[in-house]
Write a protein that binds this ligand. Sequence first.
Ligand SMILES: NC(=O)c1ccc[n+]([C@@H]2O[C@H](COP(=O)([O-])OP(=O)(O)OC[C@H]3O[C@@H](n4cnc5c(N)ncnc54)[C@H](OP(=O)(O)O)[C@@H]3O)[C@@H](O)[C@H]2O)c1
Length: 225
Amino acid sequence: MSKQHQALIIGASRGIGLGLSQELHHRGWAVSATRRQSVGADTYPAITWLTLDINNEQQSTAFGQLLQPGQYDVILINAGVQGPERQSASSATPEELLSLFMTNTFSPIRLANLVLDAVKPGTGILAFTSSKLASLNENTQADMPLYSASKSALNMLTRALLPETDSRGLTLLSLHPGWVQTDMGGAQAPLTVEESVKGLANVLESYQGKGGHHFVDYTSTPLTW
Ligand SMILES: NC(=O)c1ccc[n+]([C@@H]2O[C@H](COP(=O)([O-])OP(=O)(O)OC[C@H]3O[C@@H](n4cnc5c(N)ncnc54)[C@H](OP(=O)(O)O)[C@@H]3O)[C@@H](O)[C@H]2O)c1
């Protein structure tokens, strides 16, 4: 009998993170997931809920220490924010800029270093929810420039993890979930959460053991950086 796969989804209170946690559970995975607020025992009880604000340094350090070495086949750092309404480096306040880049760029990478030991050596995946908007080739008009820049920077800092993940035989993924109907994506987005997360789950299942760093969307199509 094959051993049950284990996933940890960071930032799963709603939207894509919650949907993917449920999708992997339906596929037979054991799923742990995080929210900023602790939840009652009746909230999706099939999922093991942990509490984490990725911008809380102390909490993140303690969180990393809780995890068992090599426990997870997949750790996905999915938490993210859209940032200020006025997407201009000149109009946004310094506090808004710092908050955006802390949440979308620096905290995910700092957390990754704290949880890296918990990814299964050889076949495990460390993944980040990025965006196609991060790519200069795919986002030629610089739509949503501040948000997009925060994800471009995330992709670059993810690449900087490659020597460490390579030495452990891990696969690094920067994922584009599509434009999805969530609080962030809005009702006009073409994709439902269900459509996006089925695709993302397929990507996670098919990239185990591949190695390297891949920028790929929910249909498994590689994206240009
Ligand atoms: N929707 C799209 O079309 C789209 C497209 C490309 C990429 N993405 C990316 O996909 C990811 C998920 O987006 P979504 O559409 O599902 O957005 P969402 O519905 O707004 O959900 C965002 C999630 O991130 C969590 N989060 C935010 N800041 C956090 C923090 N400091 N610590 C821990 N958790 C935090 C939120 O938790 P709370 O409930 O506590 O706020 C929530 O669970 C994001 O990284 C986003 O940039 C989305």
